[in-house]
Write a protein that binds this ligand. Structure first.
Ligand code: HEM
Length: 382
């Protein structure tokens, strides 16, 4: 009995020492910004920092940042904590401008945790940092020109016509249509055809493989929650525990489609003048960026290891175009249609503008005549 009491006392003493040390360790972590002389106007939670509501999925990250912003009026910048990780929010336009321009070389990274050895598709323009990002951005800049977009209009129009055909039947019988899903399928088809020449057929088939990949990437699952928590708490564990961000079967599917298409185009000497073509040229060693830009990047990065543009790097850039292009466009369209449905007079005015511009140009949609649809532009751009 005495031995038991003694053991219990020892255990309790250890528990008190450990929890008190942990408490003071956390308190120390939460004084980081104070030690830097940066204000933290909102009181952090001892475990979650300022991310309690997001972690419990009561709000989403955009609203969470907005709430910090709107609750810290009068400050030029404020510190906050993602769990115990210090984060800084800039609120002053002049400081923000400096970070994006004059001080850009100090802040070039987005801080996205990835492991391109485990998941080659994650080593892309959005996640890469420093030297690698600069070299790649320079190589890929020609993909973002107006000329390239002009060539895509016919392909986009083709998918839009298909969507109109799909909507005809439900319109006749006044049936409701789930527009968010329809627009996700439309955007999947558009991005895939304009960037890689893939016919993904998502409009015709809601369960097309590409649509499944897109759906999986933007849905919440146990894996994505664990990954997000690790990202905030202990990013180094992501690599150590080999936590994936893309299900292996979907990653393999995407990689193989790109790989097979590249091989097919190479073997049959096919040129489509799209994003994939550009990537294939870079992989063959062609430099498509202007001489001036290349010189600048090369000078800045003198002495640094050369960045090899392998098949893995090529597939990763296709992947970021796919996810970056499809979800953003699809959500923008969804909100646009939602607003139009709620504001029929705006919808009528937009329709009148589209009709009159198309009539003026014999019904043919081109990049140039899109520029004449100024009211539509105001609706989409907000
Ligand atoms: C409404 C539409 C879109 C929105 C709101 C949007 C938003 C963004 C944002 C906020 C960034 C990060 C910028 C930064 O940190 O400096 C980004 C980067 C990027 N986006 Fe988009 N995007 C859209 C459409 C697209 C489309 C259609 C594509 C491709 C087809 C695309 C491809 C990319 C790529 C490749 C990057 C990385 C660029 C780089 O690192 O240089 N995005 N986008």
């Amino acid at each position: 009995m005495v031995l038991f009491d003694c053991l219990l006392l020892n255990l309790m003493t250890y528990a008190v020492i450990i929890s008190t040390s942990f408490y003071f360790y956390l308190r120390y972590r939460y004084t980081f910004w104070q030690r830097q002389g940066c204000p933290v106007p909102l009181e952090p939670h001892i475990i979650y920092g300022h991310t309690k509501e997001v972690t419990k999925m009561k709000t989403w990250v955009g609203e969470h940042y907005a709430s910090i912003y709107f609750n810290t009026n009068g400050y030029k910048f404020v510190g906050f904590y993602q769990f115990q990780k210090p984060k800084l929010m800039l609120r002053d336009l002049n400081i923000i401008k400096d970070v994006f321009t004059k001080e850009f070389s100090t802040f070039p990274n987005r801080g996205i945790v990835f492991d391109d050895k485990l998941e080659p598709l994650t080593g892309n323009l959005l996640t890469l940092e420093g030297h690698k990002w600069k070299v790649l951005r320079n190589k890929l800049t020609p993909a973002f020109t107006i000329g390239k977009i002009k060539n895509m209009i016919d392909l986009i129009d083709g998918r839009a016509q298909e969507m109109v055909r799909i909507l005809e039947a439900p319109a006749v019988i006044d049936e409701q249509v789930e527009f968010k899903e329809l627009l996700a399928r439309f955007s999947t088809d558009v991005i895939s055809i304009v960037a890689f020449g893939f016919e993904t057929n998502s409009l015709a088939n809601p369960d097309a493989e590409f649509r499944k990949v897109g759906r999986m990437l933007f849905s919440t699952s146990i894996e994505s929650i664990i990954r997000n928590a690790l990202n905030a708490l202990a990013p180094s564990l992501i690599g150590l525990l080999k936590v994936r961000s893309i299900k292996k079967e979907y990653a393999d599917f995407f990689y193989n489609v790109v790989n097979d298409t590249v091989r097919y185009r190479e073997e049959n000497n096919i040129q489509r003048n799209d994003f994939l073509d550009l990537l294939m040229k870079i992989k063959r060693g062609q430099n498509l960026a202007s001489e001036e830009e290349s010189k600048l990047v090369l000078n800045e990065n003198e002495g640094k290891e050369d960045f090899k543009f392998t098949m893995d790097v090529l597939a990763a850039q296709c992947f970021v175009w796919f996810i970056g292009g499809y979800e953003t466009s699809s959500i923008t369209l969804t909100f646009t249609f939602f607003e139009l449905a709620q504001n029929p007079e705006v919808q009528m005015r937009a329709q009148d503008e589209i009709d009159s511009v198309l009539i003026k140009h014999n019904g043919k949609l081109t990049y140039e005549i899109l520029q004449e649809m100024t009211y539509l532009d105001m609706i989409v751009s907000g």
